[in-house]
Design a protein around this ligand. Structure first.
Ligand code: KG4
Ligand code: ZN
Length: 356
């Protein structure tokens, strides 16, 4: 069985072809990061318009990469939420059109479930073993920060989420405060490696034992207050020290709560996914602490962690195998009705756009 996956929930237009084993035959992603960078965040209308332009080339690219055609496809899986409605509509309509034209089953996929299963994708040449169920998953991106218990590919529950900002959003806001540009996560990560975290004192959020909730807005405010009190930074070392301190607090919170979830649920397997899983400090600290706790850690390859359609296709495979499919009346939703997580809308800037 080969499933075509389509993803357009935020600022990536993506298409992928995946076998029922999770083997990726093609995976094409067109990112809009450069388009949104001057605005310091994703602009919904620009995102939707770019998806309209990119969707067909991305689909064609996926078939060319796999050396396959629509005749080889057995089903279409498309992200139908949560996300930006205008953006989601583009992928959903493309999926419906193909399903109608080829008389193929159509499956709507919750974007978050795609992320949670992203560690089960098998990429060509990668010596990757799928994680045994059940496992604990930390989904940490620009829009989401939450912990889940994944019992099977179609049975999962949220254990806790952020009360305010997503971790990636906090990275981006702190980078902006320090004048480091957008998206800020990778830049803060790079500077943090040269910094001394002990030089800056920052509050450690929600440290109560047993709490599986996160909070990053107080930390972000503490950084803002420090920056305003300090005035312009003259030395890069001072900025690096602040980045190291901020990243240290975020990473500690993410990892300790993930391991707390493993302990509370007696599940010694942890998967960390989402864009922030690229963070070098997070990867290193998670490995160190999971080894010490006897927890098997999986951090999927970066192409699987960030938004992609291979994870959507694979989630579609799992739904199809469980006998679940949708009709051509498939709807879109901006908040997750399944996992309780809400899409953070704060990071999407609402503003007047220049006239085209
Ligand atoms: O999953 P993703 O590509 O998009 C969604 O948010 O859906 O995640 C993007 C987020 C951004 O906030 C970005 O700053 C953050 O992931 N990020 C990082 C790093 N690379 C990307 N955050 C910290 N360290 C990194 N190396
Ligand atoms: Zn995502």
């Amino acid at each position: 069985m080969i499933v075509l996956g389509v993803e357009s929930s935020c600022d990536e237009t993506a298409a992928a072809l995946v076998r029922e084993t999770g083997e990726v035959l093609a995976d094409v992603v067109s990112s809009q990061v450069k388009l949104h960078a001057p605005y310091g965040g994703v602009v919904p209308e620009l995102a939707a318009r770019a998806h309209v332009q990119n969707i067909v080339p991305v689909l064609e690219g996926a078939f060319a990469q796999a050396g396959l055609s629509l005749a080889d496809v057995d089903a279409i899986a498309v992200t139908n939420g949560p996300g930006l409605v205008g953006a989601l509509l583009v992928g959903v309509q493309a999926g419906k059109a193909i399903a109608l034209a080829r008389n193929l089953p159509l499956i709507g996929v919750n974007h978050l479930i795609g992320h949670l299963l992203s560690g089960q994708i098998v990429r060509p040449g990668a010596a990757h073993v799928q994680t045994e169920y059940p496992f604990i998953a930390l989904l940490v991106s620009g829009g989401h920060t939450a912990l889940y218990e994944v019992r099977s590919p179609t049975d999962m529950a949220q254990l806790g989420q952020t009360r305010d900002d997503a971790a990636g959003e906090a990275f981006d806001k702190v980078a902006k405060l320090l004048g480091l540009g957008y998206p800020g996560g990778p830049r803060v990560d790079r500077l943090a490696a040269q910094g001394d975290a002990s030089k800056v004192k920052l509050p450690r959020p929600l440290r109560r034992p047993g709490s599986l909730e996160f909070s990053f807005s107080g930390l972000k405010t503490a950084v803002a207050q420090l920056v305003h009190a300090h005035g312009p930074y003259e030395s890069e070392q001072e900025i690096a020290d602040l980045c190291a301190a901020f990243q240290g607090v975020v990473v500690e919170s993410l990892v300790e709560k993930s391991l707390e979830a493993c302990r509370v649920r007696s599940i010694p397997r942890l998967v960390i996914t989402g864009g922030v899983a690229a963070n070098k400090g997070l990867r290193a600290y998670a490995k160190l602490r999971s080894d010490a706790a006897g927890v098997a850690l999986t951090v999927p390859p970066m192409q699987s962690c960030t938004d992609n359609a291979a994870m959507i296709a694979y989630a579609g495979v799992c739904k199809l195998q469980a006998g679940i499919r949708d009709g051509l009346d498939l709807d879109v939703f901006s908040r997750s009705p399944i996992l309780g997580a809400t899409e953070s809308t704060k990071r999407y800037r609402s503003q007047r756009l220049p006239r085209p």
